[in-house]
Design a protein around this ligand. Sequence first.
Ligand SMILES: O=C(O)CCC(=O)C(=O)O
Ligand SMILES: [Fe+2]
Length: 287
Amino acid sequence: MSCSGGLRPEDIVNLEAYPIADPDAPPSAASARAAPARDALVERLRSELDSNQYCVLPAFMQRAAREQAVAEAMAARHMAHHIRDRRNCYLQRDLDPSLPEDHPRNLLFETSSRMIAYDLIPADSPLKTLYHWAATRRLVADIVGAEALYGNADPYQPANMLCFEDGDRSSWHFDSGNAFTVTLMLQAPEAGGAFEMVPNARSDRDPNHDYLRTVLQGERPQDIVEVAREPGSLCIFRGCNSLHRVSPVAGGVLRVMGVLVYETEPGVVGDPEVNETVYGPRVAITG
Ligand SMILES: O=C(O)CCC(=O)C(=O)O
Ligand SMILES: [Fe+2]
């Protein structure tokens, strides 16, 4: 762990483009001046998220902070857990013989990525400082329309780094559990690694199996949206009904994505069995 003293939130977030005043700070003339710009920003991003199922905040993180976070990922890289699986879009690995072979439930695809858990990231990492800053949490809450958001209380989950080496990819899937997902692109790969989405591929009422089958079998390229992002971009998306994937990464540069996990209630921790599959055998609870 570093003892150099970490960057302050003001040095991490690009406050010129994103005037997000700290809600815990006493009101000041500067925060009063910034309020209308913040309100307009929130309004725009909120409506983008509602219509597209994602919104992007380019250049959200400042360059020096991002470079520090990438250096931390490189230092922890050898401890990352390599997740390699064949899975369906519901994140299951087993087949259901009672359903047709081409039912989405039975279409398994290769997925491969590397997860650096929260506890492997230095305490003063800019990623953690950004994650724990009340202004970030408030901004995300306002954009997703949550009354309040809380940090995740798991030892491994709150903020982590999802990495893709040459050949890694994430197959089509829905995120389970959380109504929205927040990612922060820290480093782009040389090639590949595109974040692709089929917005509203299903709904809470309609599992849309026939349509999903056509997407999964590559028959609906026209429905795929590529979410363009630069290093430093924050992305908020609703991944529970919008199918998404990361295309295969190519080249020697690691694709590094910060993942920020916020909850609508305090004290949320992960399921130990799920944690073991995501973060590896070292997190298994024994005895
Ligand atoms: O790496 C990405 O761009 C997205 C990863 C993803 O699917 C997720 O975090 O749910
Ligand atoms: Fe996902």
